[in-house]
Design a binder for this molecule. Sequence first.
Ligand SMILES: Cc1ncc(COP(=O)(O)O)c(C=O)c1O
Length: 402
Amino acid sequence: MSTRPRISARISAISESATLAVDAKAKAMKAAGRPVIGFGAGEPDFPTPDYIVEAAVRAAREPRFHKYTPAGGLPELKKAIAEKTRRDSGYAVEPAQVLVTNGGKQAVYEAFATLLDPGDEVLVVAPYWTTYPEAIKLAGGVQVDVVTDESTGYLASVEQLEAARTERTKVLLFVSPSNPTGAVYSREQTVAIGRWAAEHGLWVVTDEIYEHLVYGDAEFTGIATAVPELGDRVVILNGVAKTYAMTGWRVGWLIGPSDVVKAATNLQSHATSNVSNVAQMAALAAVSGDLSAVAEMRAAFDRRRQTMVRMLNEIPGVLCPEPKGAFYAYPSVKELVGKELRGRRPRSSSELAELILEEAEVAVVPGEAFGTPGYFRLSYALGDSDLVEGVSRLAKLLSEAR
Ligand SMILES: Cc1ncc(COP(=O)(O)O)c(C=O)c1O
């Protein structure tokens, strides 16, 4: 019998998505009849706007969309994405610089697979979204964490980045607004970081998927436009999931210099070929339409954000800086870890999250999933009354901690 491992070392090293795992557990408890309130999911609770759905229905009836189309995306969608990028970011790109992917996630994988050789280092600001480490690892890259906390609103400084840079650093991953913290870099901070990256010849991979979800006086700044000195060493990742409530449609994209896009398209041509034509036509309606649907969602998220942050900060032992973008709050619960609660003494935010799910029937994602134990991520993309009920249950339970 072969003694070779059944699963390759490369794939065994990939961990389950913690956010999806929490969501699945909460959904299973719900299906079993328990009144769970889930703060785990990273998706808007709104349906996709009708005009987008209608475009998909029309596309499904057209025989030309029943066939293979170019692996890198429908030409009309690539053109519309180039125009949308100019409209929203002021960044001039040609359709040939766009690769349409199966969601932003595939764009993340392909960007790192295309840029990294084994041993190349990537600077990643922690807390970070769970998919980045796995994509970097699978590409043979080495992730170097730049850890931030609530004292700076989870923003990294140039000094911190410089301290983490080595001769092997190839890429800076820049994510603003951030999942999981909701942190948004100001224009000045973005320019300072971008100039520093340019000065050291680094590539910048920037994930702009939450560009339209910013609140109050915060503003989204596209680093490629704000820092022309970066030249062609920028790869932009984006998609329709969050802006148009289209998480299930699976359309994202990667924008970069044409050699990078061509190489990534070759990879995609063997891995998945074209994204579903029906979904691409829905995405075309989304990106070439106006932004009124996202304006409505943003108003609801903003209201929920303020309610959540206020209620969380009223809980003793919980400290929640104001998130400025995306739809997540990222409170510190460090003071509660190790305290006695309902006869147990959770020793980590992960154990505390488990106890909360069992005792209060509330699902939160522990900071362990994002590289920083001692925190929770709570999505506020859920209905107002569920939100209030869920945080009230949390408050009631956590007030018993001794
Ligand atoms: C920061 C970030 N980038 C990319 C994605 C990918 O989104 P999708 O693959 O659904 O397009 C997500 C989804 O949670 C995200 O939070």
